[in-house]
Design a protein around this ligand. Structure first.
Ligand code: HMG
Length: 440
């Protein structure tokens, strides 16, 4: 069977930075620890006035194609995953292809282009589409370009405002990949939910607290479904677990849920049982509330064990490093978490070749997906090529007045035109609808 997966990845951040424990907390009159400790965020990446989903996606894809020495003829498929699309007919991938054709020899006239939508999980769904296309043998030896790009903005005053972000992840999907091979097995948890919606509106209507519960419920279902398909897994079967990260505090909750679920009926649970008891079984309770109280008590005790803390520090914490500095990138978020983990491994001389990742994707609306990935021999070279630290460092730190102006400039319902705060260098820029994606 063909080995198919992610051959290369590139990350492109919005060029501005909003300091959350500083500028944002001060303005809101909040304790900075709400952001750093509670949500787990230090900063948001923000788009300057010349940036949008097209420019960020095209910039990430351009870097990726240039680094891998690719021409348009090498690409048979371009899928953009986004929940910030501005066109209900023409897919964002056509705009991105238009940008790329300005700088590469040839064109994408024989590539299949599309756009995927299912909130944040659409990035992973686009990987699935590319995987299936290659596995089916329809790719004629060509690779697929998957771009997850979003300006994840909330209305001012919305509880989600602190979790905003803007950036893109471009991934090349191919046979015999250099970075990770994707598993055939997948697990899903999917249900019709209405806690996060954008019905013909730019900023989401969100029931934030409920969205957290829905994320956890779907993720648990996906884990159960994955184990039904792939067989029982243990926490030793994977080195990192990159999860969709709307903010690191969310993953803190999801990781505990995953750990509890995976260690159920295992030797680990037997060993833990001496200190914190066994997990409560639903069958033993007539009353649902009493069962949930017992679970909560078990989870609190589990969270405090050295064993869990050590696992969390080694398996989850490294996936959150980039996210802490950039906020939610919606479709790109879980792919940033993977890159963050592998970057941590590279920086700490951890040999990842042959090691597995447990990847948990999620999109509101709502659906979770679990699959595993096996890290490939050439992973190190691919991860070393990322320049994400330099990009984050180069962002322009905005003050509150800048923030209000730039937020208004990105509000499609306001007609606000402002001078950019940064100067684009060797990147595609949005320069009015007639001249989309011109490269400066
Ligand atoms: P909030 O209500 O402002 O915050 O917004 P909070 O009061 O719940 O506090 C957040 C955490 O900080 C809590 O921790 C507090 O205890 C803690 P927790 O109890 O949850 O562990 N905290 C402090 N910690 C230390 N020192 C302090 C302090 N103060 C508070 N002084 C909310 C939180 C999630 C509701 C908001 O950010 C929101 O609405 N976000 C947008 C929705 C969202 O991100 N939901 C996540 C799940 S849905 C999802 O992931 C999908 C999504 O990416 C979209 C898509 O798929 O398309 C959003």
């Amino acid at each position: 069977m063909k080995s198919v997966g992610i051959d290369a990845v590139e990350i492109w951040t919005g060029n501005l930075k909003l300091d959350l424990p500083g500028t944002f907390a001060e303005q809101m009159g909040d304790d900075p620890a709400k952001y750093t400790k509670g949500l787990g965020l230090n900063a948001s990446s923000f788009p300057d006035s010349y940036e949008d989903i097209v420019t960020m996606g095209a910039n990430a894809a351009h870097r990726l194609m240039e680094r891998k020495g690719l021409e348009p003829d090498d690409i048979g498929r371009i899928d953009v995953a986004t929940e910030s699309a501005f066109d209900n007919s023409k897919p964002v991938s056509t705009y991105v292809a238009g940008c790329l054709e300005q700088v590469f020899e040839g064109d994408f006239h024989h590539a299949n282009k599309g756009e995927r939508k299912f909130a944040c999980i659409a990035g992973t769904q686009s990987l699935d589409d590319a995987y299936n296309w290659i596995r089916a043998g329809r790719n004629r030896g060509r690779a697929a370009l998957v771009i997850a790009t979003d300006t994840a903005l909330y209305a001012r005053g919305d509880a989600g405002e602190a979790t905003q972000g803007a950036g893109a992840v471009a991934m090349l999907i191919s046979e015999d990949p250099d970075l990770v091979e994707l598993s055939t097995e997948q697990g899903f948890g999917s249900a019709d939910e209405t806690d996060f919606l954008k019905p013909n509106q730019q900023f989401p209507s969100v029931d934030g607290k409920r969205s957290v519960q829905v994320y956890l419920a779907r993720m648990r279902e996906a884990l159960v479904d994955y184990q039904r398909e792939a067989g029982t897994i243990t926490v030793d079967d994977f080195r990192y677990a990159p999860f969709h990260t709307p903010f690191p505090g969310m993953v803190r909750k999801a990781a505990l849920l995953a750990y509890r679920h995976i260690t159920r009926d295992t030797e680990i649970e037997d060993e833990l049982a001496e200190d914190i008891g066994r997990q409560p079984r639903e069958e033993a309770f007539d009353d649902e509330e009493a069962f949930h109280d017992a679970i909560r008590e078990y989870m609190d005790a589990l969270k405090g064990t050295d064993r869990y803390q050590e696992w969390y520090a080694n398996t989850i914490e490294p996936t959150l490093t980039i996210s802490r500095e950039v906020g939610n990138w919606y479709t790109g978020s879980v792919h940033v978490a993977r890159a963050s983990a592998l970057k941590h491994a590279a920086e700490n001389d951890i040999d990842m070749a042959g090691e597995a990742l447990l990847v948990g994707s999620y999109g509101s609306g709502a659906q979770a997906e679990i699959h595993t990935e096996v890290v490939q021999e050439n992973w190190h070279e691919e991860i070393e090529a990322l320049n994400v630290d330099d990009q984050l460092e180069a962002r322009y730190d905005i003050n509150w007045e800048d923030y209000e102006e730039i937020h208004d400039a990105h509000n499609h319902e306001m007609d606000v035109d402002i001078e950019p705060l940064t100067t684009p260098e060797g990147e595609f820029v949005f320069d009015g609808w007639g001249r989309m994606g011109e490269r400066k």
